[in-house]
Design a protein around this ligand. Structure first.
Ligand code: F6P
Length: 545
């Protein structure tokens, strides 16, 4: 094959082969299927791809597609800091944030490794000062509550990580997040807080995002009302690339932690935006998180395609989305503390690859990113799993589970693991109508009753999943898992030929909201569609205006 179009055609052809077999048969034909489809990273992570609707031929074709799409050179370009984000003329160098100190990292011909580590040192030192009471508020009191204000990539990663790493939290410094411009979010968060012991961290790459700036301004007013204007500089920190705007807000230079425009918002948790994480779990924990991601970066950069975990996850995802046309993908951690994991991944995945045109502006031609969704098991077994097992759509799932828990809660973890493995097994094996009927009759049901109920109680099976098992959910493991999905998304973007690093799709809504605000506040606006005009008129009527 000599072009990606030929690969798509071969994959479409191959689809018929896969549809003429099923997972039960693939396992029956190959006793070594688990061993040949499972991949390990060190002794820390196992990813079992064997329950996917793929054969070695499927993976061969997908890898051929990767080669023909320039996967290796594009991966090298990203890691070298070339401006692969061509629509914004920027590099996408989040991997540099977790690279070792002695790595040469060039952006625009300048070695930025020194700057990266200098900021990291400041982040870690300030985090430790907050944790130990060395950094204090205006009245000289230690901070007990950190309110991190941001939205999108400036909040999703830190919020997910902090929830995931509860066993590593500081005893007396609590962290909260405010993202929504809905005043209820800030209002409810501030309830019961003492301005004298509250530190606000304003996380915004641009320091212009309307929601974040409005929340920050209201938080500022709360501090001024409680402690006076002079207290602002002691109760705010900024995590941003826009140092001028942060200073203009009243945040002194020593409380501004900077990063660079080559860090995409959805990757910014590895930058100064991670300060909140460092406060919650300590500098050593934050460094372990970075080290875990670095381990995954090294693996992604060097492992051959047929042993490369993120690339394989990405390629199988492409097979499901672009060839088998499955509309969504569920990520289901059997790990309560990862209940925000899929919310973070939604931005990483759908903001990156929810695109319809290739780098050259032409249509992609195959479906790109589907809907990514999920929540923690076992809760989900009592909400959407009915749909996964018996609904009309096939939804591939990723299951994540730790081998060992942090707590010593007798019996809980074994039950959790049993449920996790049972779900992927049930999705795969299913239960035919005839077997279901025979089972019911054997249990004493009448023939006609069993015949009537069997179609309702049967399972189609042949529903694919990937299971990831890690030793324990610690900072290093979490870093590996996050980076694994980042590189999966990169791999998919390469095959689809899209720019995974811009997000122009969020702009139109922002522009229109700016115009509508005036109308909502009473100004006349020309040229508005009848529905929007009608809705605003009704809202104003409800408000008695
Ligand atoms: O949703 C669009 C977006 O630009 C994200 O990419 C980003 O994470 C978020 O808005 C917040 O932007 P900022 O960090 O500049 O406030």
């Amino acid at each position: 094959m000599d072009s990606i179009d030929a690969v798509w055609a071969a994959l479409a052809q191959h689809r018929q082969e896969i549809e003429s077999t099923n997972l039960n048969q693939l396992f029956a034909e190959n006793a070594g299927r688990f061993d040949s489809f499972a991949m390990r990273l060190d002794n820390e992570l196992l990813v079992d791809f064997s329950k996917n609707l793929v054969t070695h031929r499927t993976l061969e074709l997908l890898r051929c597609g990767a080669e023909l799409s320039g996967f290796k050179s594009k991966r090298a370009s990203m890691l070298r800091g070339e401006k692969i984000n061509i629509t914004e003329k920027r590099a996408a160098m989040h991997t540099a944030l977790r690279a070792p100190r002695d790595t040469m990292i060039e952006v625009d011909g300048r070695d930025v490794a020194g700057e990266i580590h200098e900021v990291q040192e400041r982040v870690c030192a300030f985090a430790e000062a907050v944790r130990t009471g060395g950094a204090v508020g205006f009245c000289g009191k230690a901070f007990t509550d950190i309110v991190h204000i941001g939205i999108g990539g400036s909040v999703l990663g830190p919020a997910m990580i902090i929830e995931a790493l509860v066993p590593y939290h500081h005893d007396s410094v609590r962290v909260r997040f405010v993202s929504n411009v809905d005043g209820a979010h800030l209002h409810d968060t501030l309830k019961g807080l003492d301005p004298g012991t509250t530190l606000f961290l304003i996380a915004s790459k641009t320091f212009t995002t309307q929601e974040t700036m409005l929340n920050a301004t209201s938080a500022r007013r709360w501090i001024v009302d409680g402690l006076g204007e002079d207290a602002v500089s002691s109760h705010f920190g900024a995590l941003s690339t826009n140092l001028e705007a942060a200073n203009a807000f009243g945040i002194p230079a020593d409380r501004v932690f900077s990063f660079w425009n080559w860090v995409g918002g959805r990757y910014s948790l590895w930058s100064a935006v991670g300060l909140t994480v460092a406060i919650a779990i300590g500098a050593a924990g934050f460094r372990a998180l970075l080290a875990g991601a670095r381990r995954m970066d090294d693996h992604f950069a060097s492992a051959p395609l047929d042993q490369n975990i993120p690339a394989t996850l990405g390629l199988i995802g492409i097979w499901y989305r672009s060839v088998l046309r499955y509309s969504s993908h569920a990520v289901v951690p059997y790990d309560q503390r990862l209940s925000r994991f899929s919310a973070h991944l939604q931005q990483v995945d759908m903001e990156s690859n929810g695109k319809s045109v290739r780098l050259d502006g032409t249509p992609v031609g195959v479906p790109t990113a589907g809907v990514l969704w999920g929540e923690a098991g076992t809760n989900v077994q009592h909400s959407f799993f009915q749909f996964l097992h018996q609904g009309t759509d096939v939804i591939p799932c990723d299951f994540l589970v730790a081998a060992t828990p942090h707590e010593n809660m007798v019996g809980h973890h074994d039950v959790l693991i049993a449920h996790c493995l049972a779900q992927s097994q049930a999705l795969m094996t299913g239960r035919a109508v005839s077997d279901t009927k025979a089972m019911m009759v054997a249990a004493g049901a009448a023939e006609d009753e069993a015949a009537m109920l069997a179609p309702h109680r049967a399972f189609p099976g042949n529903r694919p999943s990937t299971t990831m098992v890690y030793r324990r959910l610690d900072p290093r493991t979490l870093g590996m898992l996050i980076a694994l999905y980042e590189h999966k998304v990169f791999t998919q973007g390469v095959l689809w030929g899209v720019n995974s690093f811009d997000q122009w799709g969020v702009e139109l809504g922002k522009e229109l909201a700016g115009r509508l605000l005036g109308f909502i506040q009473g100004k006349e606006v020309e040229g508005m569609d009848a529905s929007t005009r009608g809705l605003i008129r009704e809202i104003r009527r409800f408000r008695g205006e």
